[in-house]
Design a binder for this molecule. Sequence first.
Ligand code: SAM
Length: 284
Amino acid sequence: MSEPGRLLGPAEIRDLAELLGVSPTKKLGQNFVLDGNTVRRIVKTARVRPGQTVVEVGPGLGSLTLGLLEVGASVVAVEIDGRLAEQLPITVEQLQPGAPLTVLHQDALRVTELPGDPTAFVANLPYNVSVPVLLHFLEHFPSIRSGVVMVQSEVGLRLAADPGSKVYGAPSVKAAWYGRWRTAGQVSRQVFWPVPNVDSVLVAFERDEQPRGSDELRARTFALVDAAFQQRRKMLRQALSGVLGSSERATAALNAAGLEPTARGEQLGIAEFVALASVAPDVP
Ligand code: SAM
């Protein structure tokens, strides 16, 4: 059973920040969670099992890390801020002695190796890099099968959007390459310190059993997705004319993939983009 004393409280978080001389920066998306209920809600939504290895990006002062350790997970935490990375094992040792934690002091966008083959990704992500971080981890670490992230509402809704919705965009399609996504509830901005000027949402994902294709097919699919959404109001035969060579070639490729040349990118799901990439092998 969980005991309140094993997580950080609001006063402890502020004291710790003062001790370290940390004043949260916008540049690193530093909004620390003060509320233990929110931490436990994230951990519960992620269905973390005892003994499971979880990777967390941006552990900060350790609010969520302690919540993951509390339920018996092993945590690999990647933190870019040296003061926070150095302090985290000390904080954990004080509140949960012996808990299995590995801290990597690195930029998450540059991590290419992780110990312990984590099977879950759970994080309160820095807002400015949340989508690139997610896509980077899904690309490089196939051991990650599921996850829950807290992100800016706008980003979360986009990640989980279906074709045809207003917020559907390149991140929605790229995320769908890897698996299924759903929003899992809103989070009040009052649970953070400092209080951000945007709302947050939880997003959960499950990786598909079978990968959709090779790295090379993924790169071609993503190039088409980027081109389609750079000019999202244009018909695909026009929007893809640059990347496919000409509007005639784009029309031919769209026809070959069984798609309407007059459709727009926002109408296509991941399967359609993959079908197009499969018949257009010379996309860079
Ligand atoms: N998990 C903590 C919590 O919930 O209180 C902190 C979350 S805070 C929104 C984001 C954290 O990500 C900060 O600790 C920040 O230093 C870290 N961060 C920002 N950019 C990063 C990057 N590129 N790689 C790794 N960590 C990063």
